[in-house]
Design a protein around this ligand. Sequence first.
Ligand code: DSN
Length: 411
Amino acid sequence: MGLKKSDPQVYDLIQRERKRQSEVLELIASENYVSDEVLEALGSVLNNKYAEGYPGKRYYAGNEVIDDVERLAIERVKEGFELPIDWHVNVQPYSGSPMNLEVYAGLLNPGDTILALDLAHGGHLTHGSKVNFSGKQYNFVHYGVNPKTERLDYVEILKLADRTRPRLILSGFTAYPREIDFKKFHEIAEKVNAISMADISHIAGLVAAGVHQSPIPFFDVVTTTTHKTLRGPRAGIIMCKDKFATSIDKAVFPGMQGGPHENAIAGIAVAMKEARSAGFRKYAEQIVKNSRALARSLQDFGFRLVSDGTDNHLILMDLTNKNIGGKDAQNLLESAGIVLNRNMIPFDKRSPMDPSGLRLGTAAVTSRGMKEKEMSKIASWIAAVITDHSIALQVKDEVKRFAKNFPAPGL
Ligand code: DSN
């Protein structure tokens, strides 16, 4: 019968969200527009099947096709990230938070020390925030960025690692605009005999396209969500050296999860095939070009950027000299059709609920075909609205007309 007739309420909500997504400029660094094909896999009958266990070892009957789906996704992840022969893949994590906790649970004991980036300097809740299960269960020690350069300082990270002797060193970021030197990270982990783990959730698409260096094969474990720059379904992947495979698989199932979401796993397979295309490589290169162009234009309008620019898909803007906090700026820009999120900046003196920064990312607008020229336009709107709040509604109208020229994939 179709949703429109059977449940007009839900149908209308989906249409409203579809309209919202197509009419705004989506600059949340962790969001993207997936292809129709990824959506087709997500909305398929694969959703109906329970498949506790792993391919060939399921607890329920009827998993012959599901086994093939999961094996295909695993193969495509191996190809997409060019994993060495002795690496293993688990495509079952429901998303980023369980994925990281599953690695800790598989490889560590409660109370073990983990070295990770401070949340306020660009880390993630699952990297040991006190309010998160990770911070309650493990002894996190946090490194930060250098106060002058606002970049990672590998000499300081080594000193801290040497002093605290962590069992695991985590290199993972949600708001770090610079390229990460994974080789240096791994050398630090080797020196102190720690397991090296990279959470590449934000940059996975750039890594798969060869636009950002890869932690593979240096690292022991690499995790990633699949829906940010990688442009796939809401899900997570764990890649690891074979010697960690059994412990990690057990931590995922039966340790933390039940039946895997095989529709999402099929979505991973589709996205990984897309990520192998020449078009995706160009897309990833354009993300970085756009990010740099947006950064330069924002600086031309007098905005201070953390670390003075960007190497990847995201920009962290410091509003300290702009007479407006992150919360108000986020709300104001949303009312102008520019959607982004407030964010702590390193050494922030304000609170997480109303920090000094804004985080902007170019993955979604690049999926709509926008290029450097459009980034300058976006920067000029941001500057205009922050300077004169009263023009927000007028800008919203302009943004809506502008966005129509760049149809979003999947909408
Ligand atoms: N919520 C994601 C982000 O915005 O970076 C991380 O999980």
